[in-house]
Design a protein around this ligand. Structure first.
Ligand SMILES: [Zn+2]
Length: 452
């Protein structure tokens, strides 16, 4: 008995190829992630079942979860809020506990009660010191009875969740010094949350009408994005040990969200993620990596979804889950170095991708940016945002082989999304933008590497 010949190594596989039976094999050109789409599985329903649905009174203020506007004391003290008066949007920083109900926040920024990377980690590993602004916030917040009551209640909540006693060893509530010590992470932590106002869409009469990113207006989405960018920049400014700030949005439980209430998270970490470091090495050899393998490749495969002057949205290749990618066309790498128009351009395409996804599909939005560390002054990487549909759970096959089986190949994703984008544009739900063929030839249109 002889061993049959096996395929051997040689030239690397192209990022995207269709096999004779219709199987589509993808290799992510940046990360090497392998994805196979098997024919005949693309039409399964992808929408998440809402679970128990109850009637809701649309005239009552929302109180569905701890991120809702009537439950402001269930989150840590606000670092900032964005309020709206017609077309005027204003940031209010560090609102005191007894003034929380004086205005209606369209978006709120606060520390995560349960941090991924804790303040204790930053202090003990890096000698991180709470920035003066955060220390002053803490002092003033704890100078009022309402602030003290809020912080005490939060410490109890956190202790209860950790299974610890809510009080000190002596059974006494913490004194002022202990209160200040234990609540430091609420004010000076490096894991933030940005929450949108609505839990359900306006006028909802049932509990399953969750307000997703695509339900915001383009103006609201722009403010959500800009407010998050501001928070991202502040994390870098406040923590000199932060090598990277990860920004992401989990939508619905299968995508990792604790509440079905629209929010983003920002987590400072003390290392550049290995995948980002690998991309930086590849970028050093080929500064036009994202132009060539991101946008140009998508254009050549007919995977361009939408474009405006400042950004382009394509279907991603080689992602574990069906994915759309929005690339900024700005010459600036950092989101906060984008002009207001450039930021709006990115936001509009991202908003359109969310709206086309719909509120029932669990998804992760993941921001990718150039780590700003020393030694990378000459490096350039475009701000890009990946939106992934979390419609399958990786299982044993994925674990054993590292090959992800996906039910929707890139062209099938394009064919699902493109008609929805046209519909949304026709009804004015998304901002004006070019779609599909109207985008023209977008190859070479990224300017991060100094061209275009
Ligand atoms: Zn809520």
């Amino acid at each position: 008995m002889t061993t049959p010949p096996r395929p051997s190594g040689g030239d690397p596989d192209p990022p995207l190829r269709r096999m004779a039976d219709g199987t589509v094999k993808q290799v992510n050109p940046f990360t090497g992630t392998q994805v196979w789409t098997v024919p005949g599985r693309a039409h399964r329903p992808i929408e998440h079942a809402p679970g128990r649905v109850v009637a809701v009174d649309p005239t009552q203020p929302e109180a569905h979860c701890a991120f809702c506007v009537t439950r402001l004391l269930e989150t840590t003290p606000e670092k900032a809020r964005l309020v709206r008066d017609g077309d005027a949007w204003t940031v209010l920083d560090r609102v005191p506990a007894d003034e929380l109900d004086a205005t209606t926040p369209e978006f709120r920024l606060f520390g995560n009660l349960f941090e991924i990377v804790s303040l204790d980690y930053w202090r003990s590993v890096h000698g991180y010191r709470m920035p003066a602004r955060a220390a002053a916030h803490q002092r003033s917040y704890l100078s009022t009875p309402a602030g003290v009551a809020h912080v005490r209640a939060l410490l109890d909540t956190r202790a209860a969740a950790r299974g610890a006693s809510a009080t000190t060893k002596t059974g006494e509530a913490p004194d002022a010094t202990a209160l200040a010590e234990r609540s430091r992470s609420f004010f000076g932590g490096c894991h933030d949350v940005v929450v949108a106002r609505r839990h359900l869409v306006d006028g909802a009469t049932t509990s399953d009408r969750h307000a997703a990113a695509g339900d915001l207006t383009p103006d609201e989405h722009e403010q959500f994005t800009a407010f998050t960018v501001r928070a991202m920049r502040n994390l870098y400014l406040d923590n000199p040990h932060a090598a990277y700030v990860s920004v992401f949005q989990n939508w619905l439980a299968p995508a990792g969200a604790s509440f079905a209430h629209l929010h983003k998270q920002l987590v400072a970490i003390d290392e550049v993620p290995a995948k980002t470091a690998r991309e930086l090495s590849a970028l050093a050899l080929d500064p036009h990596l994202y132009t060539r393998l991101g946008v140009d490749h998508a254009a050549e495969e007919g995977l361009v979804l939408a474009a405006n002057r400042h950004a382009v949205a394509v279907v991603g290749v080689g992602h574990r889950h069906p994915a759309m990618v929005v690339y900024s066309r700005s010459a600036a790498c950092a989101p906060w170095d984008h002009s207001a128009d450039e930021l709006r351009g990115v936001s509009d395409l991202l908003h359109a991708c969310h709206a086309a996804t719909g509120p029932l599909v669990p998804c992760n939005e993941e921001w990718h940016t150039l780590p700003p560390g020393p030694g990378r002054e000459g490096a350039a990487m475009p701000w890009r945002i990946v939106l992934k549909w979390r419609i399958a759970t990786p299982a044993g096959f994925e674990g054993a082989t590292g090959i992800h089986v996906n039910t929707i190949d890139p062209w099938a994703l394009r064919d699902r999304v493109a008609p929805r984008l046209r519909e949304l544009r026709a009804t004015g739900r998304i901002a004006p933008m070019a779609l599909g063929e109207e985008c023209g030839d977008v190859r070479g249109s990224l300017r991060y590497a100094g061209e275009g």
